[in-house]
Design a protein around this ligand. Structure first.
Ligand code: EPZ
Length: 418
């Protein structure tokens, strides 16, 4: 079984290039199958397991997929299969974007229900509400979502909750509906905007992505294009926090500092120096930090996906930190692992109370989900002695070559496979 072994206590110094955004890439790849003319060439694709999984799924649907270094070429002109019911589809979350993409182009789809990180109940009622409003019949049978529409017709849809997945999925379906669709109470995350920009580059007519209201004027068809995925806000946030927690000076390149403002603000509050460049950000830290309170909210608030890495840092920040997780109801499982390393944490419902301790000590721990895995890596980097992290397949789903990147910054971290 593969594991990461970390000898903690090294400060981090140097430059690190941030990869393309996982949560944009995993929506853009399914969206490529909407192109009935030409090829899509997608650049700045992160080398992660969720992307590999989607490459297999899309090629099994009948697209021609050529994978290069951080680039994928997808030719979906001859794709006719609208059924995606495989283990790969069931094990990842973003496979649900095939629903919107297939429905838009073929007006039908059968796609197994998605999997993903065990961080709480993950309903898709808002996706279904949107598809139905556009005129699709939606049934769930034998673990698959079955979608069928004679025609898709533009509609006004007000989402009950702010959902990244539902916003992107319904926006994709609406791109080829007849007339205008208005989506209200939508998610504004950078990856939502990136997917809208990609769809527009393919010939869609989408306005307002990044605000509370998105308007989609339906078009008859979409064609292939070249596109480069935005930098990963969450990978960047994770490295910013690691540098802050370990101490040292780290410059992240290929980032959009605007997307990182909520994270920068909390790091500054904790006593870290954050210098923004045009497409870079530098973290300078003594490693001696103050506790801060965090509340996760949809963008532009503090991202839930950075809450777990941040809590690893706050374990050793002086005083009390209170974390309120308002997006997912069970995103604190990593705290039990951090307690094995000496953290003082108490969970009450959606709130975690951390009392800063002087140090963490290395232990054998596991990654209970993707971002929990990143939290354990940060904990291992600051802990005294050796930390072994198991179940790192979760980490590989979303962080490309995490150990190589931290090694480059001076960390003592190795992947061991026995
Ligand atoms: C996306 O998940 C991300 N995943 C998640 O990142 C991220 O935590 C989340 O957005 C929030 O930012 C991908 O992009 C693949 P949501 P998603 O729909 O789209 C409720 C990571 O670590 N909801 O925005 O599934 C839901 O229960 C992953 O990279 C409904 O009630 O999340 C949650 O409370 C983990 N009904 C809230 O909305 C619905 O139909 C936000 O969920 C849909 C969602």
């Amino acid at each position: 079984m593969e594991r990461l072994v970390i000898n903690g206590g090294q400060p981090l110094y140097g430059d690190i290039d941030i990869n393309g955004a996982k949560n944009a890439a995993v929506a853009i790849l399914p969206a490529t199958i909407m192109a009935s003319e030409g090829k899509c060439v997608i650049e700045n694709i992160p080398d992660i397991e969720d992307v590999n999984c989607l490459e297999r799924i899309i090629s099994e649907l009948g697209a021609e997929v050529k994978v290069g270094k951080n680039t994928i070429e997808i030719d979906s002109r001859n794709l006719t299969n609208t059924t995606a019911c495989t283990e790969d589809v069931r094990k990842m979350r973003a496979s649900y974007y095939l629903d919107g993409a297939l429905l838009a182009r073929f007006k039908q789809a059968k796609v197994d229900l998605p999997g993903g990180c065990p961080i709480g109940v993950r309903p898709i009622d808002q996706h279904i509400k949107g598809f139905e409003a556009l005129g699709a019949k939606v049934n769930i049978e034998h673990g698959a979502v079955i979608l069928k529409a004679e025609r898709l017709i533009g509609a006004n849809i007000f989402f009950d909750v702010v959902s990244v997945g539902a916003t992107i999925n319904v926006m994709m379906a609406a791109t080829m509906a007849e007339g205008v669709t208005t989506l209200e109470n939508v998610a504004k995350e950078p990856h939502v905007v990136d997917v809208a920009n990609f769809l527009n580059t393919m010939g869609a007519d989408i306005k307002g992505a990044g605000t509370d209201v998105i308007k989609v004027r339906g078009v008859k068809s979409l064609k292939g294009c070249n596109y480069s995925v935005i930098p990963d806000q969450i990978e960047a946030g994770t490295f910013m926090i690691a540098a802050a927690a370990c101490g040292g000076e780290v410059t992240l390149t290929n980032v959009i500092p605007k997307h990182l403002e909520s994270i920068s603000a909390k790091l500054i509050e904790a006593g870290v120096t954050v210098d923004e460049g045009d497409d870079s950000i530098t973290i300078k830290s003594t490693g001696k930090l103050k506790g801060v309170n965090i509340k996760t909210t949809p963008y532009p608030g503090f991202p839930t996906d950075v809450q777990q890495p941040m809590s690893a840092m706050l374990c050793v920040a002086s005083g009390r930190s209170i974390i309120t997780e308002s997006i997912w109801e069970s995103r604190f499982k990593h705290l039990d692992e951090l307690k094995k390393m000496g953290a003082s944490a108490k969970v009450e419902g959606r709130t975690a109370i951390l009392e800063g301790v002087d140090k963490l000590t290395g232990a054998v721990v596991k990654a209970t989900d993707l971002r929990a895995g990143a939290a354990m890596v940060i904990a291992g980097l600051i802990a005294e002695g050796e930390t072994e992290i198991y179940n790192i397949e979760h980490i590989d789903r979303g962080y490309p070559h995490i150990e190589d990147k931290f090694k480059k910054l001076g960390a003592d971290i190795h992947r061991i496979d026995d």
